[in-house]
Design a protein around this ligand. Sequence first.
Ligand code: AMP
Ligand code: GLY
Length: 420
Amino acid sequence: MRVLVIGGGGREHTLAWKLSRAEGVEELYVAPGNPGMAAIATCVPIAADATVELAEFAASLRIDLTVVGPELPLVLGIADEFVRRGLVLVGPTRAAAELEGSKVFTKEFCLRHRIPTGRALVAHHREQATAAVKQLGVPVVFKADGLAAGKGVQVCHTRDDVDSAIARYFEAHAFGAAGERVLIEECLEGDEVSFMVLTDGLSVLPLASARDYKRLGDGNQGPNTGGMGAVSPVPLESGLAATILRTIVHPTVVGLAAEGRTYRGVLYAGVMVTRDGPKLLEYNCRLGDPETQAVIPRLDGDLLPLLRATAAGELGSQRAVWKREAAVCVVLAAGGYPGAPERGELIAGLGDALAQPGVLVFHAGTALQDGSLVTAGGRVLSIVGRGATVAEAAGVTYEAVGRVHFGGMQFRRDIGGGLT
Ligand code: AMP
Ligand code: GLY
């Protein structure tokens, strides 16, 4: 088979690594890929959001299966482009991906299908926003309707926060077209859980549990990032997974199919476990990054049959078996991240890190410059260690992290801390 992975980050490197080991994969392509992926696949210089160009490329090479990492091509309709050409792609259509593409759509969808979520109002201008905040009270959450590279949400704890959010969303128009409509949502309290499943529009196959560490600093301090680390598995309260499936995920899959938006692909629910039970915070239409780096290495057996069954509507016949080992992923970020990351710093020590037993290294913001590996983006590398327990896996990961160096390197020292 010829397989194409779309994207160039740590999540896509992990998918490509796993697929490169699958039985039946003869040729593996990645677009655009990264220097780490170049060692296991052929990199094709097409951007991940160039949906038509990617479909034409896949048609010309007669690619048997395409896997999409990031949300942007899905929200832009890459699945529709592929289907139109008779090509098999794992990922929702544009209409189904609206679950991530529009927070207003998702909120209204939840109301139609009685899916538990926070109360919210839609604001088009500051007067509506002020009225919504008055109705919902403070704390309150502002969310740009469209895609905003993970930066569209602001939790306001005080009146001052609300004033600065109103200025940011409605005067500075910080989110452009994505912020024309703003969802103003009640602030939910509780523990946050990420819940990822594969679905073919009918059957649902949960992936292994994982936790993401979104803040830049130890102890969950500092600014929000795309994710500074991940752990799998994490203990979920007994019955919680079943409740999330019953009250949130199943009604979503059934409701989308009933509305003519049948969802095939990865569905990722961000859930707040409140005193009144789990409530949906947001949906993503793809795997989490860096959750994937901790989850996929734990999959026992091939990923390929699961992905093919998802695309073909035959997921009901599949099972996923997870290794009993734990995996801990630590992201090495560039200096300046998440603001303006520094680039062009020489990366040293990767060979040493990889020589440790149980260690995997996935590239994201790396580039080759005059034959040397240098930094080229915010999240530079994911270092993954595996062990019998989370504590053991974290020990393996941090031993390897200690061997890697580049100027300005930032990472969290508490990933997996407190978990056994
Ligand atoms: P989202 O992009 O919707 O996941 O939001 C980013 C982060 O903002 C989430 O991971 C939560 O930590 C937080 N958040 C979003 N919505 C709410 C809410 N209604 N109440 C409290 N925190 C929220
Ligand atoms: N790690 C969070 C996300 O992928 O959205």
